[in-house]
Design a protein around this ligand. Structure first.
Ligand code: NAD
Length: 405
């Protein structure tokens, strides 16, 4: 039996995927409300294909509880935030979950840390727990996850994976467990290499996006179209530049690279600069909005609204989203004036000026900053009437009143 600990964006689909592929799975989360929702037959977030997977897994016997189980394999998928001051990983959730596992795990159990961790976290924070508890019989494994919100189910099935284990034989067994559903290649390595590869993958993307963002700024000053420059540059067989945008959000790309900066502050200078470049983008978009307002003689900030609260299109996840980052600076500029915000994917109230229909949103606005290209509006500038659009993601097409990065 496998006990998946933490039933959030990663743990829940993983538990469901294993269960629907014949593995006996119990999902555990200490959030009783979340467990009650799952037991009432409802998923806890929106994701393409998740409801179907949930139904299949429930049919196959998956169970949800707040209790840790006595079983052979534990998969820990709890949050790993970073400390916003010293930029180091906050391992508290992983440590707490592993401690509880060790209280119930039978001899020889396998403890898989699936949460993203900085290189050395298992050695520094998890291995000592085994030593203190006299539980060195428990085998440690790190199996980081690569899936992207919006395509989690498809990517769980098809992505390549990494398994890092102290004992290659245990690594092979855990690889077999993931192979119950994973059609990709599964690389088996040691724990620290697995930790590093996960962080490196997200850092690569953060740095590439920062490069594109810097190009956008250079092209604006130089009067060039950055998207055209990137499109043509990417025709080179060995160039693959990502796209610029209003900033980087989500739980991974703006967070994980800081683990390297936090742990190697003297060395990871280039990575730090890349993260700072990405973090400057919401403010940069705001400056574009001010330029648009000035050119049209609009002075009243109440005439400007923000479309999109999530960190990417067609998901309901707002964590670290560029819009939230932008609102922090807007609030400073506007002395408490609540900017009107609308996101069709976010029903719950997240920010003060949030409204819940397009009609209410557009009422009284002259400028819309399109922070997210949800399918509702992508390629459809008419969705915003004849308003001036600030379009950092380039999803509104060309037009006299469309301001790109
Ligand atoms: N969200 C993503 O797109 C993504 C992608 C790849 C990797 N990751 C990594 O996966 C890990 C999990 O992220 P997530 O997005 O699923 O987080 P999440 O916040 O959506 O879910 C975590 C869950 O763990 C539960 N939890 C926390 N401590 C617990 C404990 N001690 N016992 C039982 N339950 C506990 C919480 O109640 C919550 O439901 C993180 O390390 C993250 O960096 C996330």
């Amino acid at each position: 039996m496998v006990n998946v600990i933490g039933l959030g964006y990663i743990g829940l689909p993983t538990a469901l995927m294993m269960a629907s592929h014949g593995v006996e799975v119990v999902g555990t989360d200490y959030n009783a409300e979340l467990v009650a929702t799952l037991n009432a037959g409802h998923t806890t977030f929106k994701e393409e294909g998740l409801d179907e997977l949930f139904a299949k897994a429930v049919g196959a016997g998956v169970r949800f509880t707040t209790e840790y189980q006595v079983c052979g394999t534990y998969i820990v998928s709890v949050p790993t935030p970073y400390d916003k001051v010293d930029k180091k990983i906050d391992p508290a959730y992983v440590v707490a979950a592993c401690e509880t596992v060790l209280e119930v795990a039978p001899e020889g159990a396998v403890l898989v840390v699936e949460s993203t961790v900085s290189p050395g976290t298992v050695d520094r924070f998890v291995r000592p727990l085994l030593v203190e508890a006299g539980r060195e019989d428990v085998a440690l494994v790190h199996a980081p996850e690569r899936i992207i919100p919006g395509n989690m189910v498809g990517e769980l099935l098809r992505n390549n994976r990494t398994i890092g284990a102290d004992d290659p034989e245990v690594g092979r067994r855990v690889a077999e467990l993931y192979a119950s559903f994973c059609q990709g290649e599964i690389a088996v390595t040691d724990v620290r290499t697995a930790e590093m590869t996960k962080v490196v993958e997200n850092t690569f993307r953060a740095v590439n996006i920062a490069f594109a963002n810097e190009l956008a700024k250079v092209c604006r000053v130089g009067g060039m179209d950055v998207r055209e420059v990137i499109r043509i540059s990417n025709k080179h067989p060995r160039v693959n530049i990502l796209q610029p945008g209003p900033g980087v959000g989500g739980h991974c790309i703006p967070v994980d690279p800081w683990f390297l900066v936090g742990d190697y502050p003297e060395t990871a200078n280039f990575i730090r600069l890349a993260l700072q470049t990405n973090a400057s983008m919401p403010e940069y978009v705001l400056r574009r909005a001010h330029e648009a307002m000035a050119e049209h003689g609009i002075a009243d900030p109440a005439k400007v609204g923000i479309y999109g609260l999530t960190y990417k299109e067609d998901v309901d996840d707002v964590r670290e989203s560029p819009t939230l980052q932008m609102l922090e600076s807007v609030e400073e500029h506007l002395c408490g004036h609540a900017v009107k915000v609308y996101d069709p994917w976010v029903e719950r109230d997240v920010v003060p000026g949030q409204v819940h229909s397009m009609e209410e949103f557009l009422d009284g606005l002259e400028v819309v900053v399109v922070m997210v290209g949800h399918s509702q509006v992508k390629g459809r500038p008419e969705a915003f009437g004849d308003r001036i659009l600030v379009d950092p993601r380039d999803v509104m097409g060309d037009g006299e009143n469309v301001y790109k990065l």
